[in-house]
Design a protein around this ligand. Structure first.
Ligand SMILES: *Cc1c(COP(=O)(O)O)cnc(C)c1O
Length: 387
C-alpha cells in the first residue's frame, strides 16, 4: 500500500483495551460497523458517534443508578436539559405550569421560545397548595415544571403530592433537582416523571464543565427524551462525560462536607445582629423545613440570608469586604461564592417581601471557621455602611 493509505490505516484501535477504573475516553463521529447489514440496523448497532460512546454510556449508567431511572439523556448544559426535556414532550396548544421561583434562564426560554411555538406558560406561586395548583390546571395543561427548593428564594414544594395529583389528571411533572443533585433527593422515587439537573453544579463539582441530564423511568418517556436529543442534534464531548463521571465518584463526600459546613454557617449567621433571617430549608425553624426533613437525606451548601434593612450600596459593601467568598453566579464547586439576589427578583409574579437585601451563599470546601471570619468582616462592613 502507498504511504498515504498506510498513514490513514495506521494506529487504529486494536479492540482490546487494558482495564482502568474509569471508562476509555472514546472520541468519534464515525463508528465502524462489522458488516454491510449492520449499516442500517439501528436496533442492534450504534451507527454514529453523536449518540455517545464509552464514556457517555458509563456516565448515563451511573446517573441512572443514582436517580433510580431506567433511562438518562445527556445535554451540553443544565439549561439545555431543561429546554430539551420540555421541547421533547410539549406541542403547540399545550399549556405548561411553571413555578415562579424557577431558574431565571428557564423562565426566559418559556417566555421567549415556548410562547413563540404556541405553548402557553402560566407561572404559579411556589407556596400554592398541591391541591390548588392541580385544580388550576385546564384540559390544555400538559406539564408542571417545578424546582424545590426554588432558585434564590428556596421555597419548598411538596413534589410528591403535586406528582400524585398531576398523574391522576394525566399531567406530566418535571423537577429541576440541581439543589438535590440527584443524591439528596430522588424525584422519580417521589412520583415525578422527569428529573433534571445541571450536572455543571455538584456532579461536576469543580466549576469547569457544563452538562445537564434528564432522567425518567417510563419507557415511552425515556424514548421521547432521547428522540428529543437526536432531533435537536445535541451531543456532549467524551472528555466532558468522563469529567462528570469523575465528579460523581466524590459527590457524596463533597455534599456531606459542604452540607454540614453550610448548616453550621447558616446557624451562625442566624445569631448575628446584622442578619434579619436565614433561608435554608435544612435549618430547623426555617420555612419549608418539614418538607425537607421528610424528603431529603441531607443538604447541599447553597442557601440564602436576609440582611437588616439597607441599600444596595450597603449590600455591595458587605460583598466587597469578603476575601474568601468569590463573587460569582454558579455553585456546586469546591469554592465558596456570594451574590446579592435582589436584582434578579424583578420578573417574579410572587416574589416574597424581605426586610432587607437577600444574599445567597455557596459554601465550598474551605475551612468553615475561616469562612465565618470572612463573613464577620463582611457584616462589620455592612454595619458600618448602614450606620
Ligand atoms: C445553573 C443552573 C441551571 C443551568 O445549568 P447550566 O449548566 O449552567 O446551563 C439550571 N437550574 C438550576 C437550578 C441552576 O442553578
Amino acid at each position: 500500500m502507498s504511504q498515504e493509505t498506510r498513514l490513514i490505516r495506521a494506529g487504529a484501535t486494536s479492540g482490546d483495551l487494558v482495564k482502568t477504573v474509569g471508562p476509555p475516553i472514546q472520541r468519534g463521529s464515525t463508528v465502524l460497523l462489522p458488516c454491510a447489514e449492520a449499516l442500517y440496523d439501528d436496533d442492534a448497532y450504534l451507527t454514529y458517534g453523536r449518540a455517545g460512546l464509552a464514556a457517555h454510556d458509563a456516565l448515563k449508567s451511573a446517573l441512572g443508578e443514582m436517580e433510580g431511572a431506567s433511562g438518562v439523556s445527556l445535554y451540553p448544559s443544565g439549561l439545555a436539559a431543561l429546554t430539551g426535556a420540555m421541547l421533547a414532550v410539549l406541542k403547540a396548544g399545550d399549556e405548561v405550569l411553571v413555578v415562579d421561583n424557577i431558574y431565571k434562564p428557564t423562565r426566559r426560554f418559556c417566555d421567549q421560545v415556548l410562547a413563540r411555538y404556541g405553548v402557553a406558560v402560566r407561572y404559579y406561586d411556589p407556596l400554592l397548595s398541591p391541591e390548588d395548583l392541580v385544580a388550576s390546571a385546564t384540559s390544555a395543561t400538559r406539564m408542571i415544571v417545578m424546582e424545590s427548593p426554588g432558585s434564590l428564594t428556596f421555597e419548598m414544594q411538596d413534589l410528591a403530592a403535586i406528582a400524585r395529583l398531576a398523574k391522576a389528571r394525566g399531567i406530566l411533572t418535571l423537577a429541576d433537582n440541581t439543589w438535590g443533585a440527584g443524591y439528596l433527593f430522588k424525584p422519580l422515587a417521589h412520583g415525578v416523571d422527569i428529573s433534571v439537573q445541571a450536572l455543571t453544579k455538584y456532579v461536576g463539582g469543580h466549576s469547569d464543565v457544563f452538562m445537564g441530564s434528564a432522567a425518567a423511568n417510563d419507557r415511552a418517556l425515556v424514548r421521547q427524551l432521547e428522540d428529543g436529543v437526536h432531533n435537536l442534534g445535541w451531543a456532549v464531548a467524551a472528555e466532558d462525560a468522563y469529567q462528570m463521571l469523575r465528579g460523581l465518584r466524590t459527590l457524596p463526600t463533597r455534599l456531606r462536607r459542604q452540607g454540614e459546613a453550610g448548616l453550621e454557617i447558616a446557624a451562625w449567621l442566624a445569631e448575628q445582629p446584622e442578619v434579619a433571617e436565614v433561608i435554608h430549608p435544612a435549618l430547623p425553624g426555617s420555612a419549608g423545613h418539614d418538607l425537607w426533613a421528610r424528603d431529603y437525606s441531607g443538604a447541599c451548601g447553597l442557601f440564602g440570608f436576609v440582611l437588616k434593612p439597607g441599600s444596595e450600596a450597603c449590600a455591595n459593601a458587605f460583598l466587597n469586604a469578603l476575601k474568601l467568598f468569590g463573587l460569582g453566579f454558579s455553585w456546586g464547586g469546591f469554592e465558596s461564592l456570594a451574590i446579592l439576589c435582589d436584582p434578579q427578583l424583578g420578573k417574579r409574579k410572587f416574589a416574597p417581601h424581605y426586610a432587607g437585601p437577600l444574599m445567597r451563599l455557596h459554601i465550598g470546601l474551605e475551612n468553615e471557621d475561616e469562612l465565618i471570619a470572612d463573613l464577620r468582616a463582611g457584616l462589620d462592613a455592612y454595619a458600618q455602611a448602614i450606620a
